[in-house]
Structure formats: C-alpha cells, structure tokens
Design a protein around this ligand. Structure first.
Ligand code: NAP
Length: 285
C-alpha cells in the first residue's frame, strides 16, 4: 500500500495515486507496452485504475481488461464512467454490462457519470442505486460537476451517496479551490484529480519549466512531474490519476508517493501558480 491514501465516505481505502487510461489502447502497436506500464503501476501500488466507456470507444477498457487479467480482483479498485447520453434507464444497464465485459470483471468499484447531460440527475441517481443493489457496482460518483451541480445532487435524497467528483486539477488549474473543493470537503466527497500533470504541461505553457517547480524538485531530488503529483495529493482528500503508456513514467509517478512537500515548497509553488481569489468556471478537458 502507498503511504498516501484516501479514505472514501463508505470507509474503503484507496491509494492517492492511481492510473488514468485516456488514449491508452488506441493502437495495436503500443498495446503490449501499455499493458506492461499498467501492470508495473499496479505492482508499484497504483491499484486504482480509471477508465471510461468513451475512451477509444471501449478500447481503453479492453486494454485494462488485458492488463488485469489473472490479477486478484480484490487487490484492484476499478473506476469507469458512463456517457451522459447513456446515463438513463434506457441505456445505463447495458452500458455497465458492456464495460464489465470489456474489463473482464463482474463489478466496478466506482461508476461515474462522465459529465452532466440531458438525463435528469434524479433518474441517473436512481439507476446508480439500482446498479449498487444488483451488485454491478460498489458505489458511484460524478465527474465535471461544479458547486451548483453538487448542490442540486444533494437535494436528491440518494444523491448524497455520491462518493467522488472527478475534475481537472493541478497547480496550473486551481479554480476549484475557490468554492467547489471546500464544498466537497464539507460533504465528504473526495476529489479525483484528472489531468493531474496538465497532460505533461501541454495544457499550461510554462508548467513543466517553471523555475519554482524545478527548485522544489531539486530540493527533493525528484522530477517536476513527481513534485506536481505530490502537490496534487498533499492533503489526504485527493486521488490523482496520471496516465502514461510507459513503464519508466509509471514508476516515476508512483515514486511521488515518497515526497512530502514542506510549507516552504508549497509557498514557492503558490508564488508561481497562485490559488484563485474569485470564482473560476470549471476547467475541463
Ligand atoms: P495527464 O495524466 O495529466 O497527462 C498525461 C500525459 O503525461 C501523457 O501524454 C503522458 O505521456 C505524460 N506523462 C505521464 N507521466 C509522465 C512523466 N512521469 N513524465 C513525463 N510525461 C509524463 O492527463 P490525462 O490523461 O488527460 O488525465 C489523466 C486521466 O484522467 C486520464 O487518462 C483519464 O483517465 C482521466 N480524465 C478524465 C476526464 C473526465 O472528464 N473525467 C478528462 C480527462 C482525463 P507518456 O505516455 O509519454 O508518459
């Protein structure tokens, strides 16, 4: 088990560093390398794997299925997401079955609504609860929900069973710190940080060559992506899900678990990438 862990509201404990899978599984040429990277990640303690029916039209889920074949199911924490257009009574049960089939498993640890669509939230909640009762999923959550969406969810009685909200978060995208994160902490909804290294810095110019991040990395004999991941998971309420198709990067990311940033490190990072002082629209990818 990793040093950094997160305890979900239902008592389950997950590693604070998991593995993302967007764009993985897209090409036969990289299949074996990507399977190997995911397996090395699990061996290194990143036993939480995040995927979605949307990714590669099911190819990412199939890749995860290949990677986890033969592994002990109870040593894994599998997360997948339903597309908004499938998140109603008509389609969600089929979608979930197809996800399970592609993953080669008979239950998900967590099932997320990928983003809000046209299906009424109350209907999605009712379906998620039925999937829990049917044993297809252990629990559910949401993704790309801002504060007003969470408040609306909380007005649906069983909406309060939502365990996580997966949103974009890294030092260069801190908008949620203004109000969403406080709301989530107050209601015991954990953050799953996607794009936790800003897609290797490509989402924000200057992140990877930020002098402050380089300085902190030097202090810890670490790399910039490791410092960014350590920053993401610094408070015990966040699960970061970096994605890589390369074993060397997987291991590098897993080793971020060993880093604890000091107050001086955090202050230096704040200088370069300050926390928001006003409401910022939710960042999405
Ligand atoms: P990310 O994890 O921030 O960045 C991925 C990129 O970083 C890849 O290009 C990867 O390339 C590179 N990388 C990984 N580790 C590295 C390292 N140690 N050194 C240098 N480069 C490194 O971005 P993301 O994939 O967009 O987000 C992570 C996961 O969050 C996704 O895979 C997906 O599971 C989830 N997600 C969810 C949503 C949503 O709407 N809910 C949206 C976006 C993402 P290499 O393969 O070359 O290492």
């Amino acid at each position: 088990m990793m040093k950094h862990i997160v305890t979900l509201a239902d008592g389950r404990i997950v590693p604070a560093l998991g593995q993302g899978t967007w764009y993985l599984g897209d090409s036969a040429a990289t299949h074996d390398r990507e399977v190997e990277a995911l397996r090395r990640g699990v061996d290194a303690g990143m036993t939480l794997i995040d995927t979605a029916e949307m990714y590669g039209g099911g190819r990412s889920e199939r890749l995860v299925g290949d990677a986890i074949a033969g592994m002990r199911r109870d040593g894994l924490f599998l997360v997948s997401k339903v597309l908004p257009s499938n998140a109603g009574r008509r389609d969600i049960f089929h979608s979930c079955d197809e996800t399970l089939r592609r993953l080669g498993t008979d239950y998900l640890d967590l099932y997320l609504l990928h983003w809000r669509g046209n299906v009424p939230l109350a209907e999605t909640v009712e379906c998620m609860e039925r999937l829990v009762r049917d044993g297809k999923i252990r629990a559910w959550g949401v993704s790309n929900f801002d504060t007003d969406d969470m408040e609306e969810l909380w007005r649906i009685p069983e909406g309060r069973h939502c365990l996580v909200n997966q949103v974009l978060y890294n030092p260069s995208s801190r908008g949620i710190e203004y109000d969403l994160l406080g709301w989530m902490n107050g209601h015991d909804v954990k953050l799953m940080a996607y794009c936790p290294i800003a897609q290797a810095g490509t989402l924000r110019r200057g992140l990877f060559d930020s002098p402050q991040l380089i300085e902190v990395a030097k202090r810890h004999h670490a790399t910039v992506p490791q410092v960014i991941l350590a920053w993401d998971i610094r408070n015990g309420n966040t699960i970061a899900i970096p994605r890589t198709g390369k074993s060397a990067h997987t291991l590098e990311n897993a080793q971020a678990d060993a880093i604890t940033l000091s107050d001086e490190d955090l202050a230096l990072i704040d200088q370069a990438w300050p926390a928001p002082n006003h409401k910022v629209p939710l960042d999405m990818e």
